[in-house]
Design a protein around this ligand. Structure first.
Ligand code: MTE
Length: 318
């Protein structure tokens, strides 16, 4: 995603270093038995751990929504990233992963709902039914991956805050911490990163909040401790490291749309029939493969989600 050629989602792959990344341990991921045990562990074991010791997540159910396609490797998924707060090049987020401080973490819920407030992560998702959701992620830069996320459906989480009848949209914000996050000291985007969904998109069973991948806690570069995953939309809708959720009456501002409205619409459904003004969206390169493949409408999830947009001109609402 480019505003000018040097500052966008299509900055090309760069060198990756092997520096350790740090992953915050989260009590709620350990399963019920482990959960009770974890709270009795010495404090030090609850704090960030080196990547080699990435924490495995307890009970995770398989999901009927998973694709059977071949997975990208853990290495691909965690070293080829877009996370502008941690740098513009694909290897930067892994290299700078320890700059993202994920302990303590709380999420502010506000706007059109009856239960606004500041929630600790563990209260925000109190008793999660964690599922493995193997989804295709199609980046607007015309590459894709297949990622085994671990997460919870967003809809039931949002319902707990009792959105009012005026809540037509939901907006999400990433942590704003320019002291630690090097990317936020540059005016690439109007920070903090923000995204939004229409309520019916947010409540759709395919939409998840991910807390892990490959059966382990989410590495920082992938948006620890909590990120959105909306598999039928371009990857930039899947906002990382969420700290604020706001229910709104009207369409909320989103970072890339604010930066370049002609290039990035609010909906951003994967659509091979609508080119980006500067490149085609007809094909994509699966990371790890040489030949390109066809991009599918709604990233292959048309059967499940096309109905959400019945009657809408998707060339206009791109
Ligand atoms: N969220 C934040 N806060 N900052 C970002 O730069 N990049 C987006 C999205 N979420 C981004 C973000 C883009 S462009 C993509 S393609 C996906 O994250 C990449 O997710 P991944 O690095 O886990 O594959």
């Amino acid at each position: 995603m480019l505003l000018k050629t040097t500052r966008a989602c299509d900055v090309r792959e760069s060198q990756v270093t092997d520096e350790s990344l740090y992953i915050a341990r989260r009590k709620f991921m350990q399963g019920t038995a482990a959960l009770a045990g974890a709270s009795m562990l010495p404090a030090s074991s609850l704090w960030p751990q080196p990547a080699g010791a990435a924490i495995s997540i307890g009970d995770v159910e398989k999901s009927v929504f998973s694709t059977a396609e071949e997975l990208n490797s853990f290495e691909d998924i965690t070293s080829y990233n877009n996370f502008y707060e941690l740098g513009l090049k694909k290897g930067d987020p892994k290299r700078n992963a320890d700059r993202l401080v994920t302990e303590p973490w709380s999420i502010r819920v506000e706007g059109e709902c009856d239960k606004p407030g500041d929630y600790d992560l563990e209260d925000f998702i109190p008793a999660p039914r964690l599922e493995e959701r193997i989804y295709r992620l199609r980046c607007v830069e015309a590459w894709s991956m297949v990622i085994p996320w671990v997460g919870v459906e967003l809809g039931p989480v949002l319902k707990r805050f009792e959105p009012t009848s005026k809540a037509k949209y939901v907006q999400f914000f990433t942590l704003y911490d320019p002291k630690n996050l090097p990317g936020q000291r540059r005016s690439v985007l109007d920070w903090p990163y923000r995204e939004g969904l229409r309520m019916d998109e947010a409540m759709h069973p395919l939409t998840i909040l991910a807390v892990g991948l490959y059966g382990k806690e989410l590495p920082n570069q992938n948006g620890a401790p909590l990120r959105l995953v909306v598999p039928w939309k371009y990857g930039f809708k899947s906002i990382k490291s969420i700290v604020r959720i706001r229910f709104t009456q009207s369409e909320p501002a989103t970072s890339w749309n604010q930066s370049a409205p002609r290039e990035y619409g609010f909906y951003s459904n994967v659509n091979p029939a609508v080119n980006h003004p500067r490149w085609s969206q007809k094909r994509e390169r699966r990371i790890g493969e040489i030949l390109k493949r066809k991009t599918l409408p709604f990233n292959g999830y048309a059967e499940q989600v096309a109905g959400l947009y019945a009657g809408m001109d998707l060339k206009k609402h791109f």
